[in-house]
Write a protein that binds this ligand. Sequence first.
Ligand code: FAD
Length: 512
Amino acid sequence: MYDVAVIGAGMAGMATAARLQAGGLATIVFEAHGQAGGCAGFFRRNGFAFDVGATTLVDFDAGGGVGGQFLRDIAMPPINGDPLPGYVAWLPDRRVTLFRDQASWVVERLRALGDSPVHRSFWQWMDRLAAVFWKASRNGVKLPIQCAGDIVQAVRAVGLMNLPLVRYVGWTMGDALRSLGLRHDQPLAGLLSMLLEDTVHAQIDDAPLINGALGITIRGAGLTRARGGMYGFWRSFVAHYRSLGGILRVGCRVSKVEDLGAGDGFRLRTRRGDFAARQVVSAVPAALTARIAPKAVARALNPYLQRDASALGGAVVVFLGVPDDEVAGQSFTHHQLLHDYSGPLGNGNNMFISVSAPGDTLSAPEGYRSVMISTHCELEEWEGLTSSEYMAHKERAGTRLIALARRVYPDLGRSAVVQEVATPRTFERFTLRPRGAVGGVRQSLLNSNQRALSYDIGVPGFWLAGDTTWPGLGTVACVLGSRIVAEAVLSQRLRDLSRRAFLMNPCASLHH
Ligand SMILES: Cc1cc2nc3c(=O)[nH]c(=O)nc-3n(C[C@H](O)[C@H](O)[C@H](O)COP(=O)(O)OP(=O)(O)OC[C@H]3O[C@@H](n4cnc5c(N)ncnc54)[C@H](O)[C@@H]3O)c2cc1C
């Protein structure tokens, strides 16, 4: 019997498994797809490696960041990659460079977006919220608060002096802008909309303020692109996990988890046989967990799934393998583009272009680069299509994204040697995510923080991880969540060990 079985080898599952394995537990990870990575994974084609979703790792600097700390916890060497100096946001009428360096960013945002006293106040406010709550996240704050211990931990993590800031938990980013008379400041609101859609998946008037402040300052926490992109990252991460003794079973989908009762653990059914584990971490979207988990888990999840059913979104991604000269002329490799202030976001109006670093021959053959262009989309527009309608829609979406990306790289894609497009159907096929929804639920005051889905849904020994549980959304949140889940698993193990010791020798245990 394994100490812990983890379902899903995406960022959340693998980070949790690696922590537990490094902590001395015997872990096994089941992954339905042929390789680890999930939405932060990769595929290879003709000598190119493409990132399917996430192209950057957040806060993985060697310092005290969430990712950096994680690498230290599992004794893994720092990421072999390039810290991005920032990226360029292309608004309809101006460009703003989102510098990683805070001093440069302070100058740039006032230059590009206005330096009136209210603009300054707005940014100071965001900086303060971000500083306090990034620190709290790194210090292990845990939401939703479920017991007195969580309150103590939260107060400690936020710090007594900063507690008054907690009142903003009921505010949206729109409320903050309105309070300063900035809601209709088009360039500022435009930039914030892009950053919020990208990080908390919400529009300005829905985005919870504190989560939004963290989202819009994310590049300050440091973005890193590994050599070889996610292919390079997973290659070393999986090798490290295995070197710790962890077992990763790929092509091994879990179809059912049964509770053996009486604290005896769980049985996981797969097409390669049954496996037993004392504890289970389900690191797949909550809707998938509900399908395979014991009834008590599904019952606990259902209210959340119903509530969040309309808060899901998808993505369309274009992958290009192009000669170097098609991406010449820009000093930054990452760009985010908004084309129309008044149009709805998504489908190209707010899109990302990520280019592999020059000389990164793990990502592309010499003289070539891999390019990923991504944008958000609604799921409905990809549903109910015949296969020819789907192919035509996919073709149009790909062509449109490449055309829009030529604002940055005028010749992009003209001599591409690889060109592929992923849609919600692709994500559903390769990651099993229901309807192909990616990135977690769109955050609002109704479903985030105290109302978020917890890693602990009240079934001892069965835990949730991944971007549909708090803190949700993105690789850094998955890594943060993995720490909280790993702590819960270790505490449960101690409780189990003392229970077993008591059952074997009640008198001795009482004496102790
Ligand atoms: C286009 C796009 C761009 C993004 N950009 C960024 C970015 O730049 N930075 C960032 O931080 N984040 C980004 N994200 C978000 C980030 O990739 C995800 O939030 C994160 O990777 C989710 O990880 P996860 O482990 O929660 O879930 P997943 O990645 O979905 O992993 C779950 C895994 O479980 C497997 N699985 C499912 N069911 C079963 C089963 N029954 N048995 C066994 N295995 C199963 C799946 O195959 C999958 O590998 C992006 C996402 C997308 C789609």
